[in-house]
Design a protein around this ligand. Structure first.
Ligand SMILES: Nc1ncnc2c1ncn2[C@@H]1O[C@H](COP(=O)(O)OP(=O)(O)OP(=O)(O)O)[C@@H](O)[C@H]1O
Ligand SMILES: O=P(O)(O)OC[C@H]1O[C@H](OP(=O)(O)OP(=O)(O)O)[C@H](O)[C@@H]1O
Length: 297
């Protein structure tokens, strides 16, 4: 099928074609019931469940496609949006792809503070952000700065050992890559995570855009919360409800036992252990926790 001729009347949604963000993006699309089949080597996939075409692009190019209104929605790193310096809406922080863009120097070298790198050579894949950072440090516009910023497309961490850089500006998550390369951070330029980005002038139906956003928010909530139910003695209900106040309010139901009620409430997944300990301590019984496979919030 000639996919390119089937894009009319579809919302174009840009997704990273590979790399660190790809798998999580596919999880979000699946969770949002945006069904698609991506043929091998093809960078366009038509959704079979909604009038959407997924366009698989390099993460770095997505801000441009969305910023120029070629795609109405996209997913990419906040770092890529800032590097591209393009004006887009950032409606949802997707809270994955979390890392920091940092100034890294040889751990056994002379530099302890970024100001000591003024006039030196910095290598980065993020030359715009690095230039702005060092121009600010020098207190001059980018075209007047003395620090030299050189571009490399990957394996930035090798630049110092190879003698092409005094320092680098690169992404750090666990810090393992930099430690292995004998580097250490001396400053953070930017904190980043993946975001849903939206064109300032979307061409598609507003309702469809809102549907997609609400589904993605539902996926995020389903990942963030689990559903907890328990039996509570009426005598200590007040204290138990303090432990599980719910997103809006907990649901309380009568059960066939005078002194007890059943309580259900969404609780944060990462608080689950502490909350269950507390419920038990406060006299709750039959405490059950369920996964939320999907929701609308
Ligand atoms: N170590 C990391 N941990 C978490 N998120 C990261 C990490 N590295 C990159 N990212 C995020 O993923 C985005 C894409 O990075 P990635 O390295 O996957 O790029 P890519 O487009 O696949 O390029 P390439 O694979 O050619 O280097 C980055 O802009 C950043 O937002
Ligand atoms: O702090 P860490 O958890 O070790 O992650 C940081 C590394 O991840 C990214 O590179 P990636 O592996 O995506 O490959 P690249 O060097 O080709 O960009 C980044 O550029 C670092 O090299």
């Amino acid at each position: 099928m000639d996919l390119v001729n089937h894009l009319e009347d579809r919302l174009l949604f840009a997704i990273p074609k590979k790399g660190r963000l790809y798998n999580k993006c596919v999880e979000i699309l699946n969770g949002s019931d945006i069904k698609f089949h991506r043929s091998q080597r093809l960078d366009i996939a038509l959704s079979t469940s909604l009038p959407i075409a997924l366009i698989f692009l390099p993460a770095a190019d997505i801000p441009m496609f969305v910023g120029e209104g070629k795609c109405d929605l996209g997913i990419t790193g906040y770092d890529q949006v800032r590097e591209a310096d393009i004006d887009v809406e950032l409606p949802i922080d997707l809270e994955f792809g979390k890392c920091k863009l940092q100034v890294q120097v040889p751990a056994n070298g002379p530099y302890k503070d970024p100001s000591e790198l003024i006039g030196k050579t910095i290598v980065s894949s993020f030359t715009n952000l690095a230039s702005k950072y060092f121009a600010d440090l020098e207190g001059v516009p980018v075209d007047k700065m003395t620090t030299k910023i050189k571009y490399v497309g990957g394996s930035v961490e090798a630049s110092c050992a190879l003698g092409v850089a005094d320092a680098i500006v690169d992404l750090v998550e666990s810090g393992e890559t930099m430690r292995a390369a004998g580097l250490t951070d001396i400053a953070t330029v930017l904190d980043t995570s993946a975001h849903l980005i939206q064109s300032k002038n979307p061409k598609s139906d507003k309702d469809l855009i809102e549907t997609i956003k609400s589904r993605i928010e539902g996926v995020m909530a389903a990942q963030k919360y689990v559903y907890c139910t328990y039996n509570a003695p009426k005598s200590n209900l007040k204290n138990l409800l303090k432990v599980t106040p719910g997103r809006k309010a907990p649901t309380i139901q009568n059960i066939d036992d005078e002194g007890w009620v059943a309580v259900s409430s969404m609780i944060e997944r990462k608080q689950k252990g502490v909350i269950l300990d507390e419920l038990k301590k406060e006299g709750a019984t039959d405490i059950l926790v369920f996964e939320v496979s999907n929701c609308r919030v």
